[in-house]
Design a protein around this ligand. Structure first.
Ligand code: ADP
Length: 182
C-alpha cells in the first residue's frame, strides 16, 4: 500500500510533487493547506477560524487540523493509500498521526524530506504570489518551519522512516527519485 508523508519547508515543492505523484500512482493527494484554503474561500466555520493564523504565517491550531485530517483519512478514497502534504507540521501532530494510523491499521512507508536552502525557498515563494507569500509572512512561515516542523526530521529518522531528497534540482528529477520509492 502506498502511503507517503512529504516533509519540507514552505516552498520546498511538496505540493507540486505530491500532485504529480498522486496522479501517477492514482491515490489521493491530501494537502492540509489546500483543504484549509478551500475552507477559507467558502467561509465555512473551519475557514473562518483558520484564516487569521494563515494570513500571519502561523500554524492553525492542532485541534482543527487534527479533526480535519482524521475525517479525510476515514474517507473511502483514502483506504488504498495517500500522499500527505503539509501534515504533520509539529511533534504533537506527528504523534497524533502515528497513533491514529496504528488504530486504523494503516502504515506509511516513508516520510520524505525535500531539502531546499532558505534563500531558494524565499525566491520561489515570492515568485508564486499566493495570498500568504508576502515577504513578512514568508519570513514568519520559515521561522515556524525551523522551530516546529524541522524537528520532525529527527522524529522520523529515529523511527527509521526518513528519506532525505535534494529538492533543489529540477522538478522532473525530484519526481523521478520519488517514483523510485514506490
Ligand atoms: P506552505 O507549505 O507553502 O507554507 P501550505 O499550503 O502547506 O503551504 O500551508 C499554508 C498554511 O496553512 C500554513 O502556513 C498554516 O497556516 C496552514 N496549515 C497547513 N497545514 C497545517 C497543519 N498541519 N497545521 C497547522 N497549520 C497548517
Amino acid at each position: 500500500m502506498a502511503r507517503l508523508i512529504l516533509l519540507g519547508a514552505p516552498g520546498a515543492g511538496k505540493g507540486t510533487q505530491a500532485k504529480a505523484l498522486a496522479t501517477l500512482v492514482q491515490i489521493p493527494h491530501i494537502s492540509t493547506g489546500d483543504i484549509l484554503r478551500a475552507a477559507v474561500a467558502q467561509k465555512t466555520p473551519l475557514g473562518v477560524e483558520a484564516q487569521s493564523y494563515m494570513e500571519q504565517g502561523n500554524l492553525v491550531p492542532d485541534d482543527l487540523v487534527i479533526a480535519l485530517i482524521k475525517e479525510r483519512l476515514s474517507q473511502a478514497d483514502a483506504q488504498n493509500g495517500w500522499i500527505l502534504d503539509g501534515f504533520p507540521r509539529n511533534e504533537s501532530q506527528a504523534a497524533f498521526l502515528d497513533k491514529l494510523l496504528e488504530e486504523i491499521d494503516q502504515a506509511y512507508r516513508y516520510a520524505v524530506n525535500l531539502e531546499v536552502p532558505d534563500d531558494v525557498l524565499v525566491q520561489r515563494m515570492l515568485g508564486r504570489g499566493r495570498a500568504d507569500d508576502t515577504e513578512d509572512v514568508i519570513r514568519q512561515r520559515l521561522q515556524v518551519y525551523h522551530n516546529q516542523t524541522a524537528p520532525l526530521i529527527d522524529f522520523y529518522r529515529v523511527r527509521h522512516k526518513l528519506v532525505s531528497l535534494d529538492g533543489n534540482i529540477p522538478p522532473e528529477a525530484v519526481l523521478d527519485k520519488l517514483k523510485s520509492l514506490f
